[in-house]
Design a protein around this ligand. Sequence first.
Ligand code: HEM
Length: 507
Amino acid sequence: MLVVIRTFALGILIFVTLFILQKWQAYSAFRNAATKLGCGRPPKYPHKDTIWGSDLVKERALAARSGRQMQLYMRHFGILGKTWEENFHRTKVINTMEGINIQHVTTTGFQHYAKISQKDFTPFLGKGIFSQEGAAWRHSRDLIKPIFTRSEISDVNSLDIHVTRFLSMIPSDGTMIDLQVPLHRLFLDISTEFLFGQSTCSLLQPGDSNESMEFVKTFNDALMGVGKRRLAGRLSPLIYYFDKDWRRAYEKVHAWVDAHVRRALAENLSESPGSSDTETGSQKRYILLHEMAKQITDPFELRFQILNVLLPARDSVSILMGNALFHLVRNPHIWSQLRTESISLGDTELTYEVLKSLQLFRYVINETLRLQGPSGKVQRVATCNTVLPSGGGLEGKAPIFVEKGTIIALNIWGLHHDEDIWGTDVMEFRPERWQERRLPWQFVPFLGGARICPAQQQILTHATYLLVRMTKMFARIENRDSCEEYIELTKMTTESRNGIKVAFFAQ
Ligand code: HEM
């Protein structure tokens, strides 16, 4: 018995010594940085549960349930300052909405940070651009970058057929339509055509029980499985030991992707080099999977590389367009201004260059990305002891010492709702604010630096094309949603929980 008590006491002693040693090391590293670089501490969230920080986790979960998570972030930024620290299940998290910090983490300090562990994603997502780091990530990035650059200019023609199908579904006599699902279908059709060379054509299959909607559901189930495992943290293997649903879901997604991978590899074998791209008029259409298959012949590697692009591509543009329409129906005069501009184009072909020159359309899309961008928060983890440029000390202006393992939550939503940058009408949808020149790092919906979204120009082209076609077709729009407020539905991205309920009029 005495031996047990002694061993137990020794265990506690070792634990306490290690704890004190860790705290001491952190403190002396901070003191050194404070002396050398003038670092200060950021404000700390006043947790009730100082050990696990569960009070804030619960508050956020409640805010997410009521669709107002971003408002809660803004309240905390308002009370604590633009950069502040919290304890998330014993991990230090620094929340920041300061452009200078976002810029630092994604550019000059890039080497000191990594994406937070994607190991929950691994069985589903494997290795690819979204999940990799270092040289492997650079390789994946190099693989897809030129394809996006070329496709931006060449793929406008391929949008026509899908957008025409979409427009034909919309009543023009003022009957209410919720555009959220049709928009998801439209961009699923567009993105699968660009990524796989074969569209899901989900707009041609009405109802929910069809192959493409089944695929969307399975993909969502696979993502939900990742989310649940993330929440459970270290306990996840234990809690989900008997749960086979996740595996079933991601294996179905893999099977779907694999069929395309096999086809692309077979086509590459049977075709002469350079002939795999389809021609639309005089322009080549770049199919991402075909281009990747020229360099990757291992079917598993190819599966995961393309899946890593499908993940961010799947519904982000449809959410952007849904959000734009959400605000346009509440500001019908802006619809009229857009229509004047699109009608004035007459029969001008909607090329990449023409679309890029339509300023008011660009303002509307920018304002949507500012007010309700699909990605509100991006996280990184410090891979070494390092320094964040701002947010410490009494004034909140001193650099902050960042210990290895600290998570930096870059709050893009916060930056885009900063009154000091955007003025007191920050919550209003006012596209004309884009007439003023904006400084870099005040507006970063696609982030910045080396990991900037590679599809940025393609997204803006697709969004402008759709808005031009819609404003040409419908003279007026009216809101049919009794709720004026934007209630968030947050998954990997954020969209309107109440859908996009609109009435369109031809005259
Ligand atoms: C409105 C639509 C979109 C927005 C606002 C958006 C925004 C972003 C942001 C903020 C990131 C950085 C994420 C991070 O580093 O943690 C990102 C990365 C990425 N996005 Fe997008 N995205 C959009 C649509 C798309 C589309 C349509 C595609 C593909 C066709 C795409 C492909 C990617 C890829 C591959 C990455 C990873 C880049 C890397 O890590 O090097 N995105 N996007």
